[in-house]
Design a binder for this molecule. Structure first.
Ligand code: PFF
Length: 452
């Protein structure tokens, strides 16, 4: 049992929670969650989402952190060192390989979308976004998507921001960044919820989010909710496993996991409470916003509210994306640091450049290559689908099976030292039976739906 990692260690329980919550809270919470809720009937989606977090998200989150802390390395090497210790098959390190690949794929398009948030923030800083109406905001968004040069530029800036933090390492980079950025994010979000309250539509927004219409729950809602739960908690691609490798031994894994899941879910709901009152006030109905909800519709509302709100909102989105993207770059960087003679900075730069190049395919799929289809999908949609709907659930499923069935009882007990028996037993049942079955069903249905 190793006490520390060569990459450094989180200096306290709080910094781990900030970093892991920073990974979890991202575009998924503030961009994806509100539009998925809006597209899938409001409260019904939220309810199913909460069930997915509780029954699958939380147990798999605990599993990832536990495996990471026991192995103390990047995911591939963690699985290999556990194999050496316990005699488990080395093939499980495949989860780590797939995780790194998923990380590169997700970061490749994540950085493009994060680039939009930087572009919008910059427009608000310059006060270019003024009093346009809805059609102009939509046109501005479409013009951005059509401009490959502009997209590539912001994609590059965002990748450099990510690479600088990861290159500086766990204590000097990741930890310093999240300590400053996460509180800033919370304050900005609360300002927006506060504004939402003054519109007089907070109650309606809450009703939209929290009154489930059970007739809306179908297989499709379940699929989107499960995919979103995994994406939002950064699960299935060994990110949390990598962060777990830097977690000191005396910290309770279930307790920090609950804090991270609560923060992540809380921020998604708060984002809903910030966005929907504004949507209702200025744009009418909260349903059916689609991915353009944030970039094409909200700026029209900000034009009437005052540009300062647009600035706060898009800066908030950029910060949330930044603390997530560093966690997407870290696993492959840590792996290269362990396996090559190069410095952390060089390793981080190598992965970032590769990911940036892969991201160019997403950039071009929005304009010059918009006609190109892979299996019927535009390139960016295909990459997102492959990673989110296939690799993340598969990674999560295999992680749950590994933690529940392969990892020895002794190791799990060691990692759960001070955990009450009931928590241990509850987690075991969830991670052995409930999570794999539910995730398995989602995975199979998802693949059938998408290919069928
Ligand atoms: N959880 C992030 C979000 O909600 O935006 C996205 C993400 C980060 C997914 C890291 C996966 C990951 F490993």
């Amino acid at each position: 049992m190793q006490q520390s990692s060569v990459h450094g260690m989180w200096s306290s329980r709080l910094t781990f929670i900030l970093a892991a919550a920073g990974s979890a809270v991202g575009l998924g919470n503030i961009w994806r969650f509100p539009y998925l809720t809006s597209d899938n009937g409001g409260g019904a989606f939220v309810l199913v989402y909460l069930a997915c977090i509780l029954l699958c998200g939380l147990p798999v989150l605990i599993a990832e952190i536990l495996i990471g802390r026991h192995g103390r390395h990047s995911p591939v090497n963690t699985f290999e060192s556990i194999a050496k210790e316990t005699g488990s098959s080395r093939a499980w390190s495949g989860i780590g390989w797939m995780g790194m690949l998923a990380g590169v794929l997700i970061l490749s398009f994540y950085s493009v979308v994060a680039g939009w948030t930087l572009h919008y923030t910059w427009l608000y800083v310059q006060e270019v976004f003024g009093g346009e109406g809805i059609t102009d905001a939509g046109a501005t968004f479409n013009a951005l998507l059509g401009n490959a040069g502009e997209l590539t530029f912001w994609h590059a800036i965002f990748m450099v921001m990510t690479l600088v933090v990861v290159g500086l390492g766990v204590e000097k980079g990741l930890e310093r960044a999240v300590k400053f950025l996460m509180p800033a994010l919370l304050v900005m979000l609360l300002v927006l919820v506060g504004y939402g309250a003054t519109t007089g539509h907070l109650g309606e927004a809450a009703a939209f989010l929290f009154t489930p219409d059970f007739s809306k729950i179908d297989g499709g809602v379940f699929l989107s909710a499960m995919g979103q739960a995994f994406f939002s908690l950064s699960l299935g691609m060994c990110t949390m496993m990598t962060y777990g490798a830097y977690l000191p031994r005396n910290i309770s894994i279930p307790r920090v996991s609950v804090s991270v899941a609560l923060t992540d879910t809380g921020v998604a709901l708060l984002a809903g409470l910030a966005i929907f009152p504004i949507v209702i006030q200025y744009l009418g109905t909260p349903t059916g916003g689609g991915p353009g909800l944030i970039f094409a519709s909200l700026p029209a509302a900000f034009a009437q509210m005052g540009a300062i709100f647009g600035l706060i909102f898009f800066a908030l989105l950029a910060i949330a994306a930044w603390t997530s993207s560093i966690s997407l770059l870290e696993p492959a960087t840590a792996f290269l640091v362990e396996r090559t003679p190069f410095s952390r900075k060089v390793c981080a730069a190598g992965v970032a450049v590769l990911t940036w190049i892969v991201g160019l395919a997403s950039v071009l799929s929005l304009n010059h290559w918009s006609e190109v289809r892979i299996a019927g999908f535009a390139i960016m949609d295909f990459i997102e689908l492959l990673a989110n709907d296939f690799m993340l659930p598969l990674g999560g499923l295999l992680t749950a099976i590994f933690a529940g069935w392969v990892l020895s009882h002794r190791i799990v007990r060691e990692e759960f030292e001070d955990v009450p028996d009931i928590v241990f037993k509850g987690w075991t049942v969830l991670v052995r039976y409930i999570s794999p079955i539910l995730v398995g069903v989602v995975l199979v249905r998802g693949v059938m739906d998408k290919l069928g």
